[in-house]
Write a protein that binds this ligand. Structure first.
Ligand code: HEC
Ligand code: HEC
Length: 364
């Protein structure tokens, strides 16, 4: 007789996970679902983290932090109330032109603040030409977007509001102000109504709190010898040594607002000029921003064109020196790594995954 207990148990687990996921994401029900299956309702039990190399350890926050203090601009200081307001706005589809797509529609916590797609369709149905980047540690950047064309986070947020979720901020702000639960919060936080400016400020203040910090590797560096496995330690030695990754992905962010051509546009029919669009400097043609590798294991697929479906393939591409684009950075060369070394690098990058919790806010 066939034993049917296991499939039934599996179905029950899958169904309850789905219900949990669905409940947390109900405000974005009508926006396009991420193509990856909902992997986990709670970040703490994300399979990526669960499959990571770190043994379970003390989860009290690491002090001091491995990251420098966040600098908030003078004209947009952060308060807990402002951050809480920004968090609600981030998941609220009423900000969009159609009323159905929130910022979160492409930037989900459990997918490393991305959406698992190669390229994401905007609120108006058009497909983006570049892959959705992670928003982790975005407040530490000094240039935003893959080509760095936005020079302030507030400017970036305003642009995303118009372009990604297809809104006219001057028309949407009064609709937000008309929601009593929002009006009272704007009054408390800004001493005035919801306007395009105050909405942007609240969103930006919130984004400056989405930081990946306190990873197993940070704990190891701060003296917790058991926080990572020997494979992770070997991977880090490669990262800063033979594999040459640290030249561009330097700690504490393991990447930040610097631009390199790594050959991904090579041979394409209409290559994306990347950073060249901003600087008009030929040397920047095909160059893109070096992403932070903190929590990178959560946000597949990778690169500005989403061309690497897995972390291992992204590492292999980087370690092989990349395509022979004439403009490619000299820092990227074939490192002649073995399969075992590639997997050590992967173990190290997975040990950069943070374990902070995040809950879906209630929107008024
Ligand atoms: C339809 C998908 C989509 C939605 C919805 C969306 N974004 Fe994005 N986001 C992207 C893409 C794609 C990029 C990169 C575009 C580029 O580099 O040219 C990006 C880039 C960003 C960046 C820059 C990150 C960095 O470090 O350079 C920030 C910040 C950001 N988005 C915030 C937001 C906010 C705030 C909202 C809501 C107002 C939003 N996004 C809505 C797709 C989306
Ligand atoms: C020349 C500087 C440079 C070096 C050296 C370098 N990288 Fe990168 N890396 C980049 C840039 C720039 C990007 C994004 C490029 C793009 O998408 O066009 C990137 C992207 C990545 C990504 C994808 C991240 C994401 O969110 O999409 C991973 C993973 C990565 N690098 C790992 C490594 C590893 C591992 C090494 C060492 C074997 C390495 N890199 C060496 C500059 C560098």
């Amino acid at each position: 007789m066939i034993d049917i207990r296991y499939p039934i148990a599996g179905l029950i687990v899958a169904a309850s996970l789905w219900i949990l996921y669905d409940r947390r994401n109900q405000v974005v029900e009508s926006s396009p679902a991420p193509v990856q299956p909902p992997i986990a309702a709670s970040e703490a039990d994300s399979p990526v983290i669960a499959a990571g190399t770190a043994p379970a350890i003390d989860l009290a926050p690491l002090r001091p932090s491995a990251l420098p203090p966040m600098l908030h601009p003078d004209d947009n200081p952060a308060t807990p109330e402002k951050i809480a307001l920004g968090k609600q706005l981030f998941v609220d589809p009423r900000l969009s032109g159609s009323g159905t797509m929130a910022c979160q529609g492409c930037h989900y916590r459990h997918l490393g603040w991305t959406d698992g797609r190669t390229l994401s369709p905007k609120d108006n149905g058009e497909l983006n030409t570049r892959h959705t980047p992670s928003l982790y540690n975005t407040g530490y950047q000094t240039a935003w977007y893959w080509d760095g064309r936005a020079t302030s986070l507030e400017g970036q947020v305003l642009a995303a509001w118009k372009a990604q979720i297809n809104a006219d901020p001057e028309q949407v702000a009064p609709l937000i102000q008309a929601v009593p639960g929002y009006a009272v919060q704007f009054e408390t936080v800004f001493g005035g109504p919801a306007t395009s400016e105050t909405i942007v400020k609240a969103l930006a203040a919130y984004l400056r709190t989405k930081n990946s910090d306190d990873s197993p590797w940070d704990r190891y560096e701060m003296g917790q010898a058991g926080a990572v496995t020997p494979e992770v330690i070997a991977g880090q030695a490669l990262f800063v040594g033979k594999a040459g990754c640290v030249a561009c992905h330097s700690p504490p962010h393991y990447g930040n607002s610097t631009f390199y051509n790594i050959g991904l546009e090579y041979g394409k029919e209409t290559p994306d000029p990347g950073r060249f669009n901003v600087t008009k400097n030929e040397a920047d043609r095909g160059a893109f921003k070096t992403p932070s590798l903190r929590s990178v294991a959560l946000s597949a697929p990778y690169f500005h064109d989403g061309s690497a479906p897995t972390l291992e393939l992204a590492i292999r591409y980087m370690a092989s020196g990349g395509n022979p684009d004439p403009n490619k950075s000299d820092l990227l060369v074939d490192r002649d790594l073995t399969d075992a070394e590639i997997s050590q690098l992967g173990a190290f990058l997975r040990a950069l995954t943070s374990r902070e919790t995040w809950d879906m806010p209630e929107i008024p």
